[in-house]
Design a protein around this ligand. Structure first.
Ligand SMILES: [Zn+2]
Ligand SMILES: [Zn+2]
Length: 335
């Protein structure tokens, strides 16, 4: 079964559940853990069955509930290295260990683990272990080492540090690179770079059971690599952030308006519509408009712009238009 459930979308928090086969992943954790769980239950998704969390970028509307949720569920978090680094900096701006030192420590510990296993491993297995050791971020557990040692010898060493001791501690961290597809259980993920003012932001195409789902929010414009990725998707979730006129006349200070409008800001209704009219291949069963601004947009404006853009599409079965909302989940979409 393939299912796509937007739990929240907008500048106050973003989170979506993608289910494929037996695998369930949370894309971004931009609401508090409590709110995320509440919304999952509302949408008939069971939080306990999540297998992993995947992060698009480190802005707080995408990560604010991340650490608590990952800790509570004990599941791995997938980031690009740049995003993980930025997220750690955000949480601990004056941490004593640099990211490079942390990576070095991870490598050392991986090498030690490998040395222990070496004597028992067969040759074929050794190759795999070496490949693992080369992987940049093995397990974030390493970060907690200084904290653990400071707690004294009597403490249980396998107990995770408290959030106060180390707010960046996660049960497990996995790194991926934009442009390099990877898999989590039954779901394939193709991460691609998007133009946005974050460290290493990505969009995704998720694929499960032959169904492809494109996911692109938080992008200033749609560059050729994103257009190429979004070809032939069965579901397209696309940002439709602001109405240009509302933004220009709206309450934001000039500098913020400039940021939103820039090439690394957010996609306007007008830009989304232009893409849907002229470049999009019209093949998706569902088009979901997402990350709508509450200050500089109205759902009706976004809808009308997209409807107009899609009106030339011949197929009646395709391009069902939906709007993702900030304050309530969008009903699950099944394939
Ligand atoms: Zn955002
Ligand atoms: Zn963002």
């Amino acid at each position: 079964m393939v299912r796509f459930t937007v739990l929240a979308s907008g500048s106050k928090g973003n989170s979506t559940v993608v289910t494929g086969g037996r695998t369930r992943i949370l894309v971004d954790a931009g609401l508090s853990c409590r709110e995320l769980f509440k919304r999952m239950r509302l949408a008939e998704e069971d939080p306990e069955t999540l297998d992993a969390i995947v992060i698009t970028h480190e802005h707080s509307d995408h990560v604010s509930g991340l650490a608590v949720t990952a800790r509570k569920l004990g599941i791995p978090v997938y980031f690009t290295e740049g995003t993980h680094r930025a997220w750690m900096r955000w949480l601990t701006p004056r941490r004593q260990m640099t990211y490079a030192q942390w990576l070095e420590q991870c490598r050392k510990q991986a090498a030690e683990r490998q040395a222990e296993l070496d004597s028992e491993a067969h040759e074929g297995e050794l190759d795999e272990l070496e490949a693992e050791a080369d992987f940049p971020a093995v397990e974030v557990e390493a970060v907690s080492t200084p904290v653990n040692s400071a707690r004294g010898d009597d403490d249980e060493t396998d107990k995770p540090p408290s959030r106060k001791q180390d707010p960046t501690w996660l049960p497990s961290v996995e790194c991926f690179e934009p442009g390099r597809p990877f898999e989590i259980g039954d779901i394939s993920l193709s991460p691609f770079t998007i133009p946005h003012d974050a460290a290493d932001p990505v969009g995704f195409v998720f694929r499960a059971e032959g169904i492809r789902m494109g996911f692109a929010t938080d992008l200033g414009y749609i560059p050729p690599n994103v257009k190429a990725q979004l070809k032939g998707v069965d579901l397209l979730l696309l940002e439709s952030n602001h109405d240009l006129e509302m933004l220009r006349d709206g309450p934001y200070p000039w500098s913020v308006k400039q940021r939103v409008l820039s090439r690394v800001g957010h996609l306007s209704n007008e830009s989304a519509a232009e893409y849907l009219e002229n470049e999009y291949d019209g093949e998706a069963a569902y088009v979901i408009l997402a990350h709508l601004s509450e200050s500089n947009n109205l759902p009706e404006l976004a809808r009308v712009a997209a409807e107009r853009a899609l009106s030339g599409r011949a197929s009646l079965l395709a391009n069902r238009l939906l709007l993702a909302a900030q304050h309530e989940p969008l009903g699950a979409i099944y394939f």
